[in-house]
Ligand binder design. Structure first.
Ligand code: DGY
Length: 331
């Protein structure tokens, strides 16, 4: 029997993480481009009698998976979000759960802004226009969109990522409103010190007044379909919705109708429900005029993905050693 702990990793993550694991673990990595099925994860954990599992947000990890190996001490996810890991099941079994908060906040905020700028200033439409050979002359009314500078930004969820998005709004001279489960005085003070004043309002007030609404809440039962028909109808007619959090925060059918009927102007989605979004899903008919959609890549900078790999590996190593995880998802 191996002296080293045995760990199973459900995808090829950046080398920084795998190399760290290799130093002190018997390492097994799923090599497919697509995720292994749940049955396959169960099978591998059982045959390896694995001590640790490093998973991705595309894996569904519940008690059935956790029970597959009698030795499993830790589940470490290569993501900040852990809605795909059944936390109650882990707690019941005394299994530690790690995640990767903090390291991806600035990168994700950059991307929320990329989507905001793209949807406002219609860059994807512009590119299609050029490639379709439609660009014959400079046009006074060609592809006009709303100003970003001086507009009102509504941030739903002023955690690490929401605050990083809000901070960037300072450079655009925007008024920033935020809604959350309550005021976040610490974030408010940090933003004020960076020269950005943010105002706490209830969600309805935020929806009533914002030109751009950007979503930064985790997915819980309470945030599922947080933005649905009533909320979309409430937004300003010319408003733009940005989602880089989790797809099910937005009711896709309601958004489809909102875009068809012009309740809001446009949306930029990096996360979708369903996810992955099939190319022939009904909502894609709004691309690119009303919708810009990307494949859940908001944290995908090279540096950040390397940091996430290291952090996920460090959580796993602590878990198999029976130590407290540097970044635990459990209270
Ligand atoms: C996360 O980590 O939860 C993001 O959605 C992907 O980086």
């Amino acid at each position: 029997m191996s002296e080293q702990p045995t760990v199973y990793v459900t995808r090829q993550i950046p080398d920084a993480g795998l190399e760290l694991l290799e130093e002190s673990c018997e390492l097994h990595v799923w090599d497919g481009k697509l995720p292994p099925s749940k049955d396959h994860i169960i099978e591998r954990l059982a045959e390896l009698e694995a001590d640790g599992l490093l998973c991705l947000l595309s894996d569904d990890i519940d008690g059935e998976v956790m029970d597959a190996s009698p030795n499993l001490d830790v589940v470490s996810t290569f993501s900040v979000g852990y809605d795909h890991v059944n936390i109650d099941d882990a707690e019941e079994r005394g299994i530690a759960v790690g995640h990767t908060p903090g390291v991806l906040s600035e990168t994700t905020a950059d991307f929320a802004w990329a989507l905001l700028m793209t949807t406002a200033r219609r860059t994807v439409e512009g590119q299609e226009y050029v490639l379709d050979g439609e660009w014959e002359t400079w046009g006074p009314k060609l592809l006009t969109g709303p100003d970003v500078h001086g507009a009102t930004l509504g941030v739903i969820g002023l955690g690490n990522i929401g605050a990083a998005v809000a901070r960037r709004a300072g450079g655009f001279g925007m008024e920033v409103l935020y809604a959350d489960v309550g005021p976040n005085e610490e974030a408010e003070a940090e933003l004020a010190a960076a020269g950005v004043d943010v105002t706490y309002v209830d969600q309805n007030e935020l929806l009533d007044h914002s030109d751009f609404v950007t979503l930064h809440v985790p997915l819980f039962e309470s945030t599922h379909h947080l933005i649905s028909e009533a909320e979309l109808r409430r937004m300003k007619e010319g408003a733009i919705l940005i989602n880089t959090s989790r797809g099910p925060i937005v009711d896709t059918d309601a958004l489809d109708t909102a875009l068809s009927e012009g309740w809001i102007e446009r949306a930029g989605l990096d996360v979708t429900d369903p996810e992955p979004l099939p190319a022939d899903h009904e909502i894609t008919r709004h691309v690119p005029e009303r919708l810009v959609v990307t494949p859940h890549i908001a944290s995908a900078s090279i540096g950040t993905r390397n940091k996430m790999a290291t952090m996920a590996a460090e959580n796993l190593l602590a878990g198999v050693a029976g130590e407290d995880l540097p970044n635990s998802a459990l209270d």
